[in-house]
Design a protein around this ligand. Structure first.
Ligand SMILES: Cc1cc2nc3c(=O)[nH]c(=O)nc-3n(C[C@H](O)[C@H](O)[C@H](O)COP(=O)(O)OP(=O)(O)OC[C@H]3O[C@@H](n4cnc5c(N)ncnc54)[C@H](O)[C@@H]3O)c2cc1C
Length: 403
């Protein structure tokens, strides 16, 4: 069996994989990224809504792969009422994820990382103080020795399991179509909450003035129906969908969203990052921002460990500490909000929306709202709810905050 050796081997060519490969390679260690599919960025399992901060973390400027600039959102309550949030500032972009991922891959390669596509990791072991990754590439089985293996292999990845790190806390089920839609404003996304979407929400994200990505995620523990069945119901019963969306679609995707990281994300010679480590915002299901941020740290720490000659779990714990310092609190607060939102009924949502619609509250949302760091806004809303007459909402917000 052919055997090759690298300092760092990254499994997975998504945003987390390409970012960690890039930041490892930038520190001068030999780095290899492997991706099981024959095309990086494909198949797409994403709405492609990324915040401006995401592009900043990834170190890329918006390009022709940006379809829309998003300045706000219309949020629809179960009773059909809506609240519009946002302002002039561009807060997010609707992107072509395939091209976005390929840009990141290009940057990893430019930093010195080697790339093997059509290459699947099928096993992980140890030999001579190194990790040994078994792969299948071009129909051939090979072994790759690595100082450190970074598992950026997504929600259904194996590296965490093979290393004894266990599973993320929860997995939501998502579905999305791209279809003709009478878009009201191309710079606003639409969000729908209510019991017809148990445990999460539905969305319509504009791709152009007549096309949108319409999808939803559900908590499968709260429903007997599949996400797809919920989407079909939503398209056929929601008045806005009935009025604005066309039958049929040009694209259908099914995917999972992992929530809640493992209690530890490192083992001897192994780090896990991105979806594989549950580094996803539990309030929105967005994983590109947090994944990229944490993966950058993973690449840096992996390279540092190799250069210092210590790739033990103890040395790699720097990664676990640093990423939790950066986004751990945000993830924990997000999980609490997610749990509380999952228990709300339609009347609670209607009341919450009336609260959001109050001019002073709206001003707070527009000033402090940040899709990557919602805990700041939550703190302000809790204070506001406590001071006002909206006791029901105050309770909801406090429960979300306190757990
Ligand atoms: C319906 C839906 C909509 C979403 N919308 C958004 C959104 O609008 N904005 C946002 O920020 N996030 C969104 N997300 C989440 C986002 O897509 C993920 O968080 C993000 O892609 C995670 O990046 P990653 O690199 O960790 O994993 P992935 O992008 O999943 O990449 C993992 C890669 O590893 C490869 N791989 C797996 N196993 C192996 C193996 N054994 N050997 C080799 N390669 C392997 C896979 O092929 C894959 O390419 C959405 C998710 C879903 C399901």
């Amino acid at each position: 069996m052919t055997e090759v050796s690298y300092d760092v081997v990254v499994v997975g060519g998504g945003p987390a994989g390409t970012m960690s490969a890039r930041y490892a390679a930038m520190r001068g260690v030999s780095t290899l990224l492997i991706e099981e599919h024959r095309a990086v960025g494909s198949p797409v399992q994403c709405t492609g809504l990324v915040s401006s901060k995401t592009l900043a973390v990834c170190g890329i400027e918006p390009g022709s792969w940006v379809y829309q600039e998003v300045t706000g959102a219309h949020i629809f309550a179960p009773d059909g009422s809506s609240v519009s949030i946002g302002g002039e500032k561009v807060r997010a972009y609707v992107v072509d994820r395939k091209i976005f991922d390929r840009n990141l891959l290009g940057l990893a390669a430019a930093a010195g990382s080697e790339v093997m596509i059509g290459t699947k990791a099928v096993g992980l072991g140890d030999a001579d103080g190194k990790k040994v990754l078994e792969i299948i590439s071009g129909g051939r089985k090979m072994c790759i020795k690595a100082g450190v293996v970074i598992g950026a292999d997504g929600v259904q990845g194996s590296i965490a399991r093979w290393s004894g790190l266990g599973q993320v806390q929860k997995v939501l089920s998502g579905v999305q179509i791209e279809t003709a839609y009478d878009v009201e404003e191309t710079d606003h996304v639409e969000v729908f909450v209510g019991s017809e979407i148990p445990g999460f929400f539905a969305w319509a994200v504009p791709v152009s003035d007549n096309t949108a990505r319409i999808g939803l995620c559900v908590d499968t523990a709260r429903t007997q129906l599949s996400a797809y069945e919920h989407l079909m119901q939503f398209l056929h019963t929601n008045p806005r969908m009935k009025e604005r969306s066309a039958r049929g679609c040009s694209d259908l995707l099914l995917g999972c969203i992992p929530l809640g990281p493992q209690s530890c994300t490192v083992a001897d010679g192994v780090l896990v990052t991105g979806d594989a480590a549950g580094q996803v915002k539990p309030t929105s299901g967005g994983g590109v921002y947090m994944g990229a941020l944490c993966a950058k740290i993973a690449g840096e720490v992996a390279a540092k460990a190799v250069l210092s000659g210590d790739t033990s779990k103890g040395a790699l714990m720097e990664y676990d500490r640093r990423w939790r310092e950066a986004v751990g609190r945000e993830l924990a607060v997000g999980m609490r909000i997610h749990k509380v939102f999952g228990r709300l009924g339609d009347e609670d949502f209607n009341e919450l929306m009336r609260f959001f619609g109050e001019p002073e509250v709206l001003e707070l949302i527009n000033t402090y709202g940040d899709i990557d760091h919602p805990s700041v806004l939550l703190g302000k809303l809790v204070t506001k709810a406590k001071a006002g007459r909206m006791l029901g909402v105050a309770k909801v917000a406090l429960r979300a905050m306190m757990g």
